[in-house]
Ligand binder design. Sequence first.
Ligand SMILES: Cc1cc2nc3c(=O)[nH]c(=O)nc-3n(C[C@H](O)[C@H](O)[C@H](O)COP(=O)(O)O)c2cc1C
Length: 165
Amino acid sequence: MSQMKTAIVYSHSAKKTALVANQIKAMASMKGIEDLNVDELSVEKLMDYDRLIIGVSTWFDGELPRNWDELVPAIEDLNFKNKKVAIFGNGNQVGYPENFGDAVGIMADLFESLGAEIIGKTSIEGYTFEASRALRGKFLAGLVLDFENQHQLNEERIKKWVNGL
Ligand SMILES: Cc1cc2nc3c(=O)[nH]c(=O)nc-3n(C[C@H](O)[C@H](O)[C@H](O)COP(=O)(O)O)c2cc1C
């Protein structure tokens, strides 16, 4: 695992996402990973890595934030076969119970359809919501954090997730 070339990819202007990204980068097993800013990314750069850690919050009632949304057509031209993709993102299960963390599911579907192996699924235990595009049976397609309602669980959830990647 340690020889895998890894990048963490998120919008540096998404405040809470950037906070989480910095916590991930500070963990021992993530030493030396590269940091890519979605706001100024040429997607071909993603091809340089074996493993991608994608940060994407859910916005607009179940959609990708604009910066990610604009990159999707270019990403669809790439092939992610033999690459591993882990996705984290923020959501609000009380405010948006029908679309909780949808963006994590949207990105998982996208990268999976392009050949990637999605890693880092998490249990739904401890969350309360109605529906989510991130739902995979009793799991979520990645790590979904809820700053608004379960902020105190973030650190533990992040640690557990990164250690399982
Ligand atoms: C206009 C708006 C729409 C949102 N829509 C959703 C949603 O559909 N599903 C969800 O889980 N969270 C939704 N949220 C909550 C955000 O994902 C949450 O506040 C998150 O922490 C934002 O993280 P960021 O600062 O990194 O972008 C929405 C928030 C706003 C302000």
